[in-house]
Design a protein around this ligand. Structure first.
Ligand SMILES: [Mn+2]
Length: 341
């Protein structure tokens, strides 16, 4: 785990002017937590105002609850006037990622992320603060370290946000977490608001949620160590991640791949509970040059644009490559709902 020269973070900041903070499309708790943390740090340590800009939908009930409980206010992406901001900071994502689009016309001053990256960023040559380290279980841990380096204690709201980020990305430290993630997790837990965490953990679920899960159960096919759940069209890309997370819990150790089309993109999430397995290279292979992806440890996500290929063609491609990669044949396919334990 490398520690950056934290002074270079301060050096990358402007002496005056406002910043915009952003993360990947369809932000998850780690992205949201990191944004809230950076915003408090900038204001309290550097007296710099910032606005958050969020792209894509937040529909997953836990993420909606997190935004509501913590009053995470953000501008829609189209509403950012570049004349108002003198720089942007990207967290839990990198500008070169296909699911990350910092608002145009604003220089990138910082990138803080824990994802593996094959694509090189345009900001590599500049003086931007760049801290990318895939050893961290969560970007929220990196932001906690940054706050600690500048002696800013997370307030109750920030602590709750960063805590949710770490627990979501590391499955409460059970997955891909390091000693520093653990230290951050317990330190933040003491400062966080437990009632808010409870409300974020168990939000009320709309009927659509149960309909969607019923459809996922019907669609899921098991072939040996691979669970494939290809859903056709979905209401929200978060559905895909949620389904992949859910099915990886099937007893036994396996890979869970879920996919669904939304807003002109076919979204794919891959999870595994095989110890030491690396999801990113697996998804890289499955999406091939047709798609793009990112990942960390046992989780990866990506997409293929719909257009040149139809949703059906994309699903056959993904299904074929996944079977190829994991060495399972077509004959072993059976619906999850008829699988005997
Ligand atoms: Mn993350």
């Amino acid at each position: 785990m490398n520690h950056p020269d934290f002074a270079s973070f301060a050096a990358a900041l402007p002496s005056e002017g406002k910043l915009v903070l952003c993360t990947h499309r369809h932000p998850d708790p780690d992205g949201l937590g990191a944004l809230v943390g950076v915003q408090q740090l900038l204001l309290e340590k550097f007296d710099i105002q910032s606005d958050l800009v969020l792209e894509g939908r937040i529909r997953r009930a836990e993420n909606v609850a997190m935004r509501r409980m913590l009053r995470i206010e953000a501008l829609p992406k189209g509403a950012v006037d570049p004349a108002v901001y003198c720089g942007a900071i990207v967290v839990d994502a990198q500008p070169a990622f296909s699911h990350t689009h910092p608002p145009g016309g604003i220089p990138i001053l910082g990138v803080i992320d824990h994802h593996d990256a094959s694509e090189k960023s345009e900001d590599d040559e500049s003086n931007a603060f760049r801290w990318v380290d895939s050893n961290f279980g969560a970007t929220s841990t990196m932001i906690w370290s940054l706050m600690r380096a500048f002696e800013i204690e997370p307030n109750e709201r920030t602590a709750t946000a960063l805590f949710c980020g770490i627990r979501y990305d590391t499955n409460d430290l059970a997955r891909d977490s390091t000693e520093l993630d653990e230290t951050a997790y317990f330190s933040l837990q003491r400062l966080a608001n437990r009632a808010w965490i409870g409300a974020i953990d168990h939000p009320p679920l709309p009927r659509d949620y149960f309909r969607q899960m019923a459809r996922a159960i019907d669609s899921c096919e098991v072939s040996g160590i691979v669970l494939l759940t290809l859903l056709g069209e979905v209401d929200s890309p978060e559905t895909v991640a949620e389904v992949a997370d859910w099915f990886v819990r099937l007893e036994g150790q396996q890979w869970s791949l879920a996919g669904g089309a939304c807003d002109g993109r076919y979204q794919v999430s891959l999870r595994t509970d095989l110890p030491g397995a690396d999801a990113y290279p697996a998804l890289r292979y499955i999406l091939g040059r047709e798609g793009s992806c990112g990942g960390h440890g046992r989780m990866a996500g990506g997409q293929i644009p719909v257009g040149e290929m139809s949703v059906g063609e994309i699903e056959s491609l993904i299904s074929r490559r996944a079977r190829e990669l994991f060495g399972v044949t077509d004959e072993t396919r059976e619906p999850l709902s008829s699988t005997r334990s």
